[in-house]
Design a protein around this ligand. Structure first.
Ligand code: WQD
Length: 342
């Protein structure tokens, strides 16, 4: 079976994809610099897969290190997760985001080309749609970026498109994630945000477990059924399966593609809060506050192209997303900072 290099391999979506690829029979090599992830993830992956992870500690911006990795491993394709991903942080530190997210992608592609590896799956985001004018969102919807993080995703897609135009041997798959949530049903890996969570579900999880007093609901005056923001939450295990399906297509058929990875169903903030309270059996107190700058009212996918091209569709519903998130939160109140028992 082919060998796949995962960059950012110890991260939230990458670690779940690692397990899904192994389950599908792929050989996996992970690379991560732990700038936004924890070495403990590798122990958990070994516990879950029964295999010692093949891992290289390096930055994707380090050309020499990346050349070394491609020299030691015969890589057939790359899944490129390595990137900073906090919208607010990107506005405060644009250079760090362009250096890491764009520089890291370019270095990875240059190293791939030198090694004769020209298949890449790129972790993109629904953020490239900006404030959607039409819902549900299809892949041909207008693209715009409203923050440096979104710019790096838009530029990343452009870089890969230009690469394929210059050298048709390149096969690229851009996967536009909607809102990844949940955790592996073992409760051993999950989302481990550093500091105060920016995203809704990890914040709600910390309120439910008592680590935070209450949730601030950013605006209830949007043109949505209950006035709060509507998003397309997708279980991280479904997202991981989407990567396996995308890789399989790159290996089985010529050409490149871009697809939405979402459920096609939008849920409001208050609907998610109520679902989490049901799943956890805990109250989730909240207060209504002003809108968060840059937020859009509603954003959810038309996922039909992924079904048509990849035979993939999301299988987990919101209750399952909340239940799996809650199990991870309960078992790991401090995330990966507490090493698991030997
Ligand atoms: C969801 C809803 C908030 C927190 C962002 C990035 C996107 C992707 C996912 C990386 C909104 C509301 C949130 C809170 C709240 N990241 N909310 N109180 O903003 O849709 O997407 O994360 O790939 O690129 O843009 O996700 O979870 O931050 O917000 O009321 O404490 O929850 O207003 O309506 P978002 P989110």
């Amino acid at each position: 079976m082919p060998t796949i290099l995962l960059t950012g391999a110890a991260g939230y979506i990458a670690s779940h994809t690692w397990l899904a690829l192994q389950a599908a029979g792929f050989q996996v090599v992970g690379v991560d610099d732990f700038s936004n992830s924890a070495p403990e993830v590798l122990n958990r992956l070994q516990q879950l897969s029964g295999q010692v992870p093949v891992f290289e500690r390096a930055s994707v911006c380090d050309a020499a290190a990346m050349q070394g990795i491609f020299g030691r491993h015969a890589i057939d394709a790359v899944v490129h997760f390595a990137a900073f991903k906090a919208v607010g942080e990107s506005t405060a530190q644009p250079l760090a985001y362009y250096r890491n997210n764009i520089g890291g992608l370019v270095t990875t592609c240059e190293t791939m080309r030198a090694a004769g590896c020209r298949r890449i799956v790129f972790s993109s985001s629904a953020t490239v749609y900006g404030d959607p004018q039409r819902l549900p969102i299809t892949e041909d919807s207008p693209l715009t970026a409203t923050n440096p993080y979104g710019q790096t995703k838009l530029m990343g897609e452009t870089i890969l498109r230009d690469l394929g135009a210059a050298d048709p041997q390149w096969q690229t798959a851009c996967l536009r994630y909607f809102n990844p949530v949940g955790a592996h049903d073992s409760g051993r890996i999950g989302e481990d945000p550093r500091g105060t969570p920016n995203n809704l579900m990890p914040y709600v999880a910390q309120v439910a477990v008592g680590r935070r007093a209450q949730l601030s609901v950013f605006g209830n005056d949007y043109p949505t059924p209950d006035g709060t923001g509507v998003r397309d939450y997708i279980h991280v295990v479904d997202l991981a399966d989407g990567h396996v399906a995308a890789l399989q297509r790159l290996l089985d058929a010529p050409g490149s593609f871009t697809v939405n990875l979402g459920t096609g169903r939008g849920y409001s903030v208050l609907e998610l809060v109520q679902a989490y309270a049901r799943a956890s059996g805990r109250p989730v107190p909240y207060q209504l506050v002003a809108r968060r700058p840059g937020d859009v009212a509603a954003c959810y996918a038309d996922p039909s192209l992924a079904l048509q091209l990849l035979g993939w569709q999301a299988r987990h519903d919101l209750d399952r997303m909340c239940a799996d998130s809650w199990r991870w939160q309960q078992q790991n109140p401090n995330g990966f900072t507490t090493p698991s028992a030997p």
